[in-house]
Write a protein that binds this ligand. Structure first.
Ligand SMILES: *Cc1c(COP(=O)(O)O)cnc(C)c1O
Length: 186
């Protein structure tokens, strides 16, 4: 996934023209402004925190939402999916480092949350996503995410960014989210 947030179009154009077709954005409104014109040509993934009052727009505009992390959001997404007759693929974000400033369900609650998404809200959880603490070895965090996925029968793992995607791939990532290494610093 090429993370295009905050990038000017002249940085994105060569990558898009070169054939990249999966892009990640962390804000709904910014994504709509950047991608409205090319929307039909790409797969677009939301990788930033989602407020419930933006859920309608997010369901309408994104192919994948990778930041499902609380019951209230699960309920609102389930309602929007019903209302719109359109279901983005969903990843549960896990806060593997239990950092207070970071979004994501804490690891101890991940199994119960995945079960609630499925059983209570009827959501299909395609994958898990994490962002390890910036100042730690990411490998234990990636392995923890892979363990949570395996024991819950979740197939996909979105993990690894510009600085650690090789480690993530070695730990089983099925997609990596690369921004600055492709487009330059933001
Ligand atoms: C910005 C961002 C990325 C990309 O980070 P880089 O270090 O530029 O590759 C990946 N994942 C998330 C959730 C992001 O917000």
């Amino acid at each position: 996934m090429a993370v295009s947030k905050l990038q000017p179009w002249d940085h994105i154009a060569p990558v898009f023209d070169g054939g990249q077709r999966v892009f990640g954005e962390n804000r709904v409104q910014e994504a709509k402004e950047r991608w409205a014109q090319h929307r039909g040509q790409i797969e677009l993934r939301l990788i930033g925190p989602l407020q419930t009052n933006k859920a309608r727009d997010a369901v309408a505009f994104f192919d994948v939402i990778e930041t499902l992390d609380r019951e209230k959001l699960a309920r609102v997404l389930a309602d929007e999916i019903q209302a719109q007759g359109k279901a983005p693929r969903l990843y549960v974000q896990v806060n593997t480092g239990e950092e207070p400033q970071k979004a994501g369900i804490i690891p101890a609650e991940a199994d119960a949350f995945v079960a609630a998404c499925r059983e209570t809200y009827g959501l299909n959880v395609e994958g898990l996503m994490c962002i390890p603490p910036a100042d730690e070895d990411p490998a234990p965090h990636f392995r923890m995410l892979a363990d949570i996925a395996a024991r819950n029968g979740v197939a996909k793992l979105s993990m690894g960014m510009s600085d650690d995607f090789e480690v993530a791939v070695a730990c089983g990532a099925t997609s990596v989210r690369v921004g600055s290494a492709l487009f330059g610093s933001r």
